[in-house]
Design a protein around this ligand. Structure first.
Ligand code: ARG
Length: 576
């Protein structure tokens, strides 16, 4: 049930009936305060201005035509011409009962789109670090949300698996294989990369060999391809452990690395030249963009092919967008990449649009995010200033959660405590990230994220177990509930209305790629359940119908919390 959409439809019908244009915006929003009802329509003022009428008068007329029979108990005009809508409690009850038995909690299916989501995108022969963590977590929440709504989602893990560094890496892998056992050498990818670089800088013969390997690799040489694949394999096997622990849905099949677009690049450069978009400039091939000015106020030149013939990150992203439209038939493409790459993407996409590779009707959206900061407000690093490795971070999350669980449940068996520590610890890391608006930097703080109060994973997971415990205590199976949902107390009404706003919330998250909106919703829902639970006795309710009705409200709360957390990729446990 999408109440906002339903009311928008009704209000705009009434507005049109009194002379508003067919595309008028009713601007129906959830009210900020209970005294303004459940929803407010704010679109009257703008239309009144257009029609040259007094807004309050127009509002009166709209009210005459507004048919909310059975849906609203009261509709009133407020202020300069707002319309406040109070929902009918009987209607709320019917909708809750319907949502309980409907598939997908009553969320309507959408017209499915093919949506490509570019996320995670670690680099080969480098360990995934916390910067990739945000992309992975937020991107996966978007993927789950879109799939829940019924879209066809293509996960695109744009792994950094191509570039001149591979000559050096292949040469070093070869050296390692000769000198040691290769597995040992690759166990620590970060060190492997560092050592390769050092050898390259210090050993001229090695550097020479590395350069020849780049050329060979690009030419499709079998030996170099094999060594390259080995590097990709080892890296992605390691990353897959991280994905699995993080409860992220990416698999090896989702890897669509930079190398995938390599064969397209010469054609793209030739085509951009033929279209008059790219020109030769000092030996390189450059696209000058009027949209972007350099320091001198001249059109900025974006290099797409270097003097030595090499291609750039931008060239690949041009090809990649084209591929996603032409070959994958994307209706929409989302990119979860940090905000520092915004200009890069905008330049690539400006070229993509000018060349006509992706029509304007197919949105290319940069869902950017800020940095992860330490408590000191500086980029999140280890004590010694190194980048924090994902595996270490997750181990620490587990350890901290385990300590917490053991202190609360000293008698719990080790394996159960460990299982819970993984769900709670990793859930906490993910939720901390997801619950903040992604566009800003955020401060990584263990104590906050593991707190059992506030907008945290442990609080949400605990809230869920509390609802379940009602059923456990009473020995009632949720599936056996039936009857009417009777909404009489204010808390029941508030909880019911909020439950029915799940669809509005998830629709917004799908549109904007903002999982923090889901977190805020779930947090609010948990709070409303708490006050309902405190003020409206469930199991001790005297009237059997009331008891049944309250159990139904509790059941939809449990299902909504669980489903909501699931779209975020956060697991629940049955007891804590
Ligand atoms: N591998 C890149 C990095 O680590 C991110 C790639 C993002 N995706 C893209 N289509 N450019 O910075």
């Amino acid at each position: 049930m999408n109440i906002q959409a339903l009311l928008s439809e009704k209000v705009s019908q009434a507005m049109i009936a009194v002379g508003a244009p067919a595309d008028c915006e009713p601007q129906v929003r959830q009210s900020a305060k209970a005294q303004f009802g459940d929803y407010q329509a704010n679109g009257i003022m703008a239309v009144a201005k257009k029609l040259g009428q007094a807004p309050r008068q127009l509002a009166e007329q709209v009210l005459q035509h507004l048919d909310l029979q059975g849906i609203a108990s009261k509709v009133e005009i407020a202020g300069p011409g707002f319309i406040n809508i109070f929902l009918e409690r009987a209607w709320l009850g019917q909708q809750v009962a319907a949502a309980l038995t409907a598939p997908k909690l009553g969320v309507a299916s959408v017209t499915p789109q093919t949506i490509v989501v570019d996320y995670s995108a670690p680099n080969v022969a480098k360990e995934m670090h916390v910067g990739h963590l945000r992309s992975t977590i937020i991107g996966d929440a978007a993927v789950r949300t879109l799939e829940f709504l019924g879209h066809h989602v293509i996960r695109a893990n744009h792994v950094g698996d191509w570039g001149t560094q591979f000559g050096m890496l292949i040469a070093f892998l070869e050296k390692q294989q000769k000198e040691h056992h290769e597995e040992i050498a690759l166990a620590d990818l970060e060190a492997f990369y560092r050592e390769a670089k050092r050898t390259y800088d210090e050993d001229a013969a090695f550097a020479e060999r590395a350069r020849s390997y780049v050329v060979k690799l690009q030419g499709g040489d079998e030996y170099c391809r094999k060594m390259w694949r080995r590097l990709v394999d080892v890296t992605m096997t390691q990353n897959q452990h991280g994905y699995d622990r993080l409860n992220v849905t990416l698999t090896r099949d989702d890897v669509m690395g930079e190398s995938l677009y390599n064969d397209m690049l010469p054609g793209i450069v030739a085509d951009l030249k033929a279209k008059g978009l790219a020109v030769e400039s000092e030996g390189a091939t450059v696209v000058f963009l009027d949209e972007y000015k350099n320091k001198e106020g001249e059109p900025m030149g974006v290099i797409i092919q270097k003097k030595d013939g090499g291609y750039l990150y931008t060239t690949t992203d041009i090809a990649c967008a084209k591929y996603r439209y032409e070959t994958l038939h994307a209706d929409r493409v989302l990119y979860y990449i940090d905000s520092r790459q915004h200009q890069h993407l905008m330049q690539a996409w400006t070229i993509v649009r000018k060349a006509g590779y992706v029509p304007e009707s197919v949105p290319l959206e940069h869902h950017m995010f800020g940095m992860m900061l330490g408590k000191d407000g500086r980029p999140f690093k280890t004590r010694s200033g190194g980048t924090i490795k994902l595996a270490d971070l997750l181990d620490e999350a587990h350890e901290r959660a385990l300590t917490l669980i053991k202190s609360k449940n000293p008698d719990m068996a080790d394996d159960e405590a460990n299982r819970m520590a993984e769900v709670i610890g990793i859930g906490a890391v993910k939720y901390a990230d997801l619950s903040k608006s992604r566009t800003t930097d955020y401060v990584f703080d263990w104590d906050n994220m593991l707190a059992f109060d506030g907008n945290t994973a442990p609080y949400m997971q605990y809230a869920y177990t509390r609802v379940l415990s009602v059923f456990r205590k009473a020995g009632i199976d949720q599936a056996s509930l039936s009857g009417d949902v009777l909404v009489s107390d204010d808390r029941e009404a508030a909880l019911a209305a909020r439950l029915l706003q799940f669809e509005e919330t998830i629709t917004q998250v799908a549109r904007d790629g903002t999982p923090h909106v889901m977190c805020a919703y779930l947090y609010d829902l948990a709070g409303l359940f708490s006050s309902f639970y405190e003020h409206c006795p469930i199991l001790s309710a005297e009237d059997d119908n009331v008891r049944q009705s309250r159990l139904m409200l509790a059941s939809l709360t449990a299902k909504t919390l669980k489903q909501g957390l699931q779209t975020l990729g956060i697991d629940t446990v049955d007891r804590m």
